[in-house]
Design a protein around this ligand. Structure first.
Ligand code: DX5
Ligand code: ZN
Length: 223
């Protein structure tokens, strides 16, 4: 079955523990943590101290999305803070191959992300080195944006490419995912889905259950 990764950016920052417990109890397995530096993206979110402190209150897989210039500077500290998977933007790494290798050396899983306008060919050569590829379906930096439809073509093409290469690589989609479009996203070949506003706005536990119900119906195509 596909994996739901609720994005903490959509949560109530006054009540992070309460919101995390709600999605965990409803059956989510991942927690998507958006780290922003105010340089790669306009906004600033949170960093290692917050991640380390949350590590104490949940067993969810910490899926850290680094929207940061030269994220290689932080991989060791992120792993220490409790990251299970560290995902870096191809556009933000001067030495992508080396950055991925350094993530793997920490023992964390490695992911590589692409902005909407970056073609999938940018990561073709590193696909054998990563556990996950993230296709951004909005311009990174903020929650609550509208899904950009052309990114679905990238998901389809990437799933095809991963199959051609005989690899096992998770394909994650992030940005503007809702209960109404998630089915199409899974059909295109994604098997890890990030959802911020559509999980945390309203009743988080109930929203997670609705997503998981759709995942159950959509089956086990690519996970
Ligand atoms: C945006 C972040 C997302 C964001 C998604 O740059 O990478 O993870 O939280 O939020 P929604 O699901 O509201 O589009
Ligand atoms: Zn994200």
């Amino acid at each position: 079955m596909a994996i739901l990764a609720p994005s903490l950016l959509g949560a109530d920052f006054k009540n992070l523990e309460r919101d995390i417990k709600a999605v965990e109890e409803a059956g989510a397995k991942y927690l998507h943590l958006d780290v922003m530096d105010g340089a790669f993206v306009p906004s600033i979110s949170f960093g290692m101290p917050v991640i380390a402190s949350l590590r104490g209150c949940t067993d969810l897989v910490f899926d850290v999305h680094m929207m940061v210039e030269e994220p290689v500077r932080y991989v060791k500290d992120l792993k220490k803070a409790g990251a299970d998977l560290i995902c870096v933007h191809a556009e933000a790494c001067r030495h992508l191959d080396s950055t991925i290798a350094q993530i793997r050396q920490t023992g964390a899983k490695a992911g590589v992300a692409l902005n909407p306008a970056t073609p999938i060919s940018a990561i073709d050569l590193v696909l054998p080195q990563v556990d996950m590829a993230l296709i951004m379906s909005v311009n990174p930096g903020f929650g609550g944006q509208k899904f950009i439809p052309y990114t679905l073509e990238k998901v389809r093409a990437l799933r095809k490419r991963v199959r051609e290469l005989g690899l096992y690589v998770d394909i994650q989609v992030d940005g503007g995912v809702t209960l109404d479009n998630v089915d199409t996203i899974l059909e295109a070949g994604a098997n890890v889905v990030v959802a911020g506003s559509s999980v945390f706005h309203g009743e988080p536990g109930e929203n997670v259950r609705k997503f998981l119900e759709i995942f159950g119906r959509t089956g086990n195509r690519d996970s």
